[in-house]
Ligand binder design. Sequence first.
Ligand code: S3P
Length: 427
Amino acid sequence: MTTLVVRNSEIDGSAAVPGDKSISHRALMLGAAAEGTTTIRNLGPGDDVSSTIACLEAYGVAVRRTGTEAEIRSGGIRSWNAPSRALDCGNSGTTLRILTGFAAHHTFGTTLDGDASLRRRPMDRLVAPLGALGARVQTTAGRPPVLVEGGGLSGADVQLAIASAQVKSATIFAALGASGTTSVTEPSASRDHTERMLNALGAQITRDGLRVVVEPFDPPAFEIDVPGDPSSAAFLVAAGILAGRVHLEGVCLNPTRIEFLVSLARMGASVRWETDDDNMGEPVGTIDVERSGLTGIGIEGPLVPAVLDELPLIAVLATQASGTTTVAGATELRAKETDRIAAMVTALRQLGAEVEELPDGFIVTGPTPLIGTKVSAEGDHRIAMALAVAGLAAQGETLVEGYEAAAVSWPAFEQVLATLGGEVELR
Ligand code: S3P
């Protein structure tokens, strides 16, 4: 186990953030489903993306990865072979859930499994949407391993019970191989990278409010430069607000991914973002932040899915905001890589914050000084990095135990903090 030692320190400067994890998974899978050679540059560097590559290789797709570039050679989705054993999705819920959509194209069965954390996560949400198209999805008491058998799919009107981009994307990927039209309606808006990428590749995919309509489609091979991950950028944004100043370039500013920035602006933070490019339908641009006084806010309802991955950081920032910050309606946060509500409530209390745990969120009352102590990443990359950021603002030394979890999305995060002036050390 690795511990990250973080000392109270100032940060200032520019940094590059890794390629977006959500877009990387989708580009890899669509590239593997396309006939020909697909090139992906600035691929997300984390272990989750490696899990997707390993699963595609298990189907017989050739993936050559050199640093952050991947070249995929495939004979198309119909050339995929039955994997000889269960696919290992590692810690990656996105790999497991989204890949079921392409697994459903095949009459041969695919078993998808993962590590101990992934084996605790809910998969029953896939059964009805893929079942509506004619695929059979069998979970193990609602969790992995998951067996998918399909082929001969027919389009259907699918109503999702929860706002999940992963389930929506699985359904859309299955619909590409179905006969007839499929519609997917979500209860509130989730990230729409799948829709944008397919649209850029020439698919007939349209959105009407919360309803996406998709026609069968064989994706062509393509080239993509993956824009920077806004959820990774969020850690440096929070660090800048608490401990100095940060400038970021090349970040994906898709409207379904910037609710964190919008929330920060509502808290009174000095944060600016500007789109200066379009990359396969994804707006890309810069973010600038500097140390700011903050005021507590409320986050609930349809805002929650749009900021879900950044809620651990909202909790950290809320400890330095005046008044109360209330997050409610975020039960999904308990079903992530760890129970992120419990993990953040425990760690922030250990650091001296005033936090109340709710069944579906938390209430933080601030500002309270944070005092460095030993805290645990709980095997979760976003908790590891959120606590590292908290450590910059805490007095003395904060020890983030189990920090190695950060590698799931950002293997060199602590080095970037150090480059910006953060006093960090691996132990
Ligand atoms: C993701 C969707 C979200 C998000 C996850 C990545 C994706 O999960 O929390 O980190 O790439 O589609 P849900 O689909 O469970 O909301």
